[in-house]
Write a protein that binds this ligand. Structure first.
Ligand SMILES: *Cc1c(COP(=O)(O)O)cnc(C)c1O
Length: 229
């Protein structure tokens, strides 16, 4: 087995053990393999090992990989990074999921640009749960209005929430997200997903109801560079 296959297998084993401890169904958790900055060959290795859900942060990088890998028909791309208006079309045409919706304008563009032959884009609203000035995401107070507006867009399906807590704030933030998610589902029953937890804090996220954990380093190793856009 190659390294990526081994790391994936170890991660799934670890997720299964955590689910067992929490009396959670293993099927209630999806691992999103975050392949940003990693070569297409790394994605292929993971796909050959059975991984189907992949996360990318940069629109151009997502499109480049999606085009090179379009023969891997079961592969689904999750866009998880900041999204500017002039890049929405790339994402609308190539992603299955977007985790980082925090403005109605972006949601409206994605909906209008979603090709009619694809199923609606599955979207999560990003919450700035640690209220950091520098971070993307809406405040919890803005959630009901944005959720309602997004749920009404024909090209999108509102599926839940996403957050990236500030360092040191994970426990409180994950608990707060679990509450927000429970409240949201009263109005929007299809919004069942809670995307939270990364390589260093995902077991804690699982304790607070995460349904999607986004793992980069744990699967593909350390990133040698970070891009900015
Ligand atoms: C890079 C990134 C991840 C993966 O982070 P790791 O710590 O490498 O697991 C997850 N979510 C988002 C939004 C990211 O940008």
């Amino acid at each position: 087995m190659n390294n990526i296959a081994e790391q994936l297998s170890a991660a799934y084993q670890n997720i299964a053990e955590n689910c067992a401890k929490l009396s959670r169904e293993l099927a209630s958790v999806q691992l999103i393999a975050v392949s940003k900055t990693k070569p297409v060959a790394a994605v292929i290795s993971a796909y050959q090992a059975g991984q189907r859900q992949f996360g990318e942060n940069y629109p151009q990088e997502l499109v480049a990989k999606a085009e090179q890998l379009k023969d891997l028909s079961a592969l689904e791309w999750h866009f998880i990074g900041p999204l500017q208006s002039n890049k929405t079309r790339l994402v609308a045409e190539h992603a299955s999921w977007v985790h980082s919706i925090d403005r109605l304008k972006i949601a409206q563009r994605l909906s209008a640009q979603r090709p009619a032959d694809l199923k609606p884009l599955q979207v999560l609203l990003q919450i700035n749960i640690s209220a950091e000035d520098s971070k993307a995401g809406i405040g919890a107070d803005a959630l009901p209005a944005l959720a309602k507006a997004v749920a009404d867009l024909p090209g999108l399906t509102l599926r839940g929430l996403m957050a990236i807590p500030a360092p040191g704030d994970s426990k409180r933030a994950f608990a707060a997200m679990q509450k927000l998610s429970e409240n949201l589902r009263q109005q929007h029953p299809e919004a069942t997903e809670l995307s939270m937890g990364m390589s260093d804090d995902w077991p804690l996220a699982l304790q607070y109801g995460a349904t999607m954990i986004r793992l980069g380093t744990a699967i593909f190793g350390a990133r040698t560079y970070e891009r900015n856009e």
